[in-house]
Design a binder for this molecule. Structure first.
Ligand code: NI
Length: 158
């Protein structure tokens, strides 16, 4: 297990399209382990592989509601409603913004054993699904179409 360096906004890896995982090798399970360590160390609620310089469709999410989720090749298969809530990103430290996201999202993904799983989340978990899957397509929450407005960091109490 190891801590990985989190790439910051401006790093071209954050703007690249990540490739699907075709076989879950030890390299992928080690990546998951290291991403979990890195997520815990950074005290975040989600991390996508391109944030640690790996262009593969691998995500880890941890919220109170969901516990720890490992998502390989995740896809949003259903979404409904809308929420305007605060969001941050480990690759954009110290900043927060209000984003427009679906209120409820269902994701389908492989786990590390190659089993297809489905997860449905609302609120923070729905935002995390959208945010992390966006990373796999080179998108950030500060992009037009997602961001509603940046927040003054002084006023943010998250
Ligand atoms: Ni992020």
């Amino acid at each position: 297990m190891a801590l990985l360096r989190i790439r910051k906004k401006g790093d071209p890896t954050l703007r690249s399209h990540s490739r699907p995982v075709d076989k879950i090798t030890e390299r992928i399970t080690t990546l998951l382990d290291d991403m979990i360590d890195t997520l815990h160390d950074a005290d975040g609620c989600g991390l996508a592989a391109p944030q640690v310089g790996v262009r593969r469709r691998v995500v880890v999410i941890e919220t109170e509601e969901s516990g720890l989720l490992e998502l390989i090749n995740p896809e949003i298969i259903a979404s409904e409603g809308e929420q305007l809530e605060g969001e941050g990103c480990l690759s954009i430290p110290g900043e927060w913004g209000i984003t427009r996201r679906p209120a409820k999202v269902t994701v389908r993904a492989l786990d590390r054993h190659g089993e297809m799983k489905e997860y449905t989340g609302e609120g923070l978990l729905a935002r995390a699904f959208c945010h992390e899957i966006d990373h796999l397509d080179g998108k950030l929450y500060t992009d037009p179409g997602i961001l509603v407005e940046m927040l003054d960091p002084e006023e943010e109490d998250n």
